[in-house]
Design a protein around this ligand. Structure first.
Ligand SMILES: [Zn+2]
Ligand SMILES: [Zn+2]
Length: 402
């Protein structure tokens, strides 16, 4: 089926910065104010009307349009879904006759208006591969304050149109961005979306090309960069770059990424990383060595220490230091280790304010003999006490020698 997309663009004049209404799909156009020509190279056109713009236009109702203003660049674009019509009387053009009209170069409307019709060129197809005709361009060199939208007519199958509508519709971009089967082109287009959920979807998608991932590393929305840090296919240099991100939530994700090297993490700690969540995340990595773990112990708060207490690289000296912290959370974490040196168990009972002796004795590493000795000592103690009391009683109650 032949589907029309109405496009309208206003760009700043290269010389005087006055807004210039672009008359059609042209590679340069004159300024109505100063007369200077502004260049409109293909890459500029593609940045104005990307794949996503056509998808959003496809999702519009006939006659509706989306307006996007780039406040930094100074351009404004309008795009929507519109079958080609005469701009004077609004009568629809016969879309099935466009091939013939393109050969003539125009369509003469019953109202007397003349509408330009031409075949789509390489520029039109670079914007929308299915483009077949360009209709209703204004006379390219007639500078004016406003140009009516021109219409790109594309030949689309129902399936292709449905895919565009799904992509351009509400939440469509986010859903498409999260789809691992999405094409590199679609993901590249969605990475430019105004909708941060779409950009986050692209960032987390393992199918996203490396250069697109790289462009998202500087996204202004830290949630997008956080999603990037969760992408299992993130290249190692990007993993390491995210370890230096300003946002601690991003760093917390980046430091546990399997592709982040231990060297990068060591560097981060040596540079003075002080965020508790980041240090805690580092301590959960199984490959952290004893030296690095000790640095984390010195910097870390209780939460970090509780994680270190369970780390396989923690040696006896470190565990002992943790036991001497006399912190119930750290103590309980230590007792969750399958084996503990006796020195640590002793320290836990000695220091104990919060960890009960019972818990320490219940630990599988607590020597049975020590427990037994303890019980024997208590039994002997009670025995001695009983004997002393008995002897005292005997001394008091025995009849005094006459
Ligand atoms: Zn100008
Ligand atoms: Zn007309």
């Amino acid at each position: 089926m032949r589907v029309g997309f109405a496009l309208q663009a206003t760009v700043p004049c290269a010389a005087c910065h006055a807004p210039v209404a672009v008359p059609g799909l042209v590679e340069s156009c004159p300024c109505g104010k100063c007369g200077a020509r502004s260049l409109l190279p293909p890459h500029l056109w593609r940045s104005l009307f990307g794949e996503l713009a056509f998808a959003e236009a496809a999702a519009c109702a006939e006659g509706d349009a989306v307006t996007v203003t780039d406040t930094e660049g100074g351009s404004t674009v309008v795009y929507g879904r519109r079958q080609p019509r005469c701009h004077r009387c609004k009568l629809e053009l016969p879309v099935d006759s466009l091939d013939r009209l393109a050969r003539v170069g125009h369509h003469d409307c019953v109202c007397g208006g003349r509408i330009r019709v031409r075949e789509a060129d390489a520029l039109a197809r670079s914007l929308l591969p299915a483009a077949r005709f360009v209709v209703r361009e204004s006379t390219p060199d007639a500078p004016g304050p406003a140009a009516p939208p021109f219409i790109l007519v594309a030949e689309l199958s129902e399936g292709e149109l449905a895919r565009m509508v799904a992509l351009g519709g509400e939440d469509g971009a986010a859903l498409a961005a999260a789809d691992p089967a999405a094409s590199a082109d679609t993901l590249g287009a969605l990475a430019q979306s105004q909708d941060w959920t779409a950009r986050a979807g692209v960032a987390r998608n393992p199918s996203t090309p490396a250069e697109v991932l790289s462009s998202l590393a500087d996204d202004e929305d830290s949630d997008v960069v956080e999603a990037l840090a969760l992408n299992p296919a993130l290249p190692p240099p990007l993993c390491e770059r995210l370890c230096g991100h300003d946002d601690a939530d991003v760093r917390s994700k980046a430091v546990v990424h399997p592709r982040t090297s231990l060297a990068a993490i060591r560097q981060l700690v040596e540079r003075g990383e002080s965020d508790g969540d980041v240090l805690k995340a580092i301590a959960t990595r199984a490959d952290v060595d004893t030296a690095l773990l000790d640095k984390l112990r010195i910097e870390g708060d209780t939460d970090v220490l509780a994680v270190i207490a369970l780390h396989p690289s923690a040696d006896e000296a470190m565990l002992l230091a943790l036991a001497h912290r006399n912190d119930s959370d750290v103590g309980r974490a230590l007792l969750r280790r399958k084996t503990l040196p006796l020195s640590v168990l002793r320290a836990l009972t000695a220091e104990d304010a919060m960890v009960t002796e019972e818990r320490v004795r219940a630990h599988p590493s607590y020597p049975l003999l020590a427990a037994f000795h303890r019980r024997v000592n208590v039994a002997i103690g009670i025995g001695v006490l009983v004997v002393v009391v008995f002897l005292a009683a005997v001394a008091v109650f025995s009849p005094a020698a006459e």
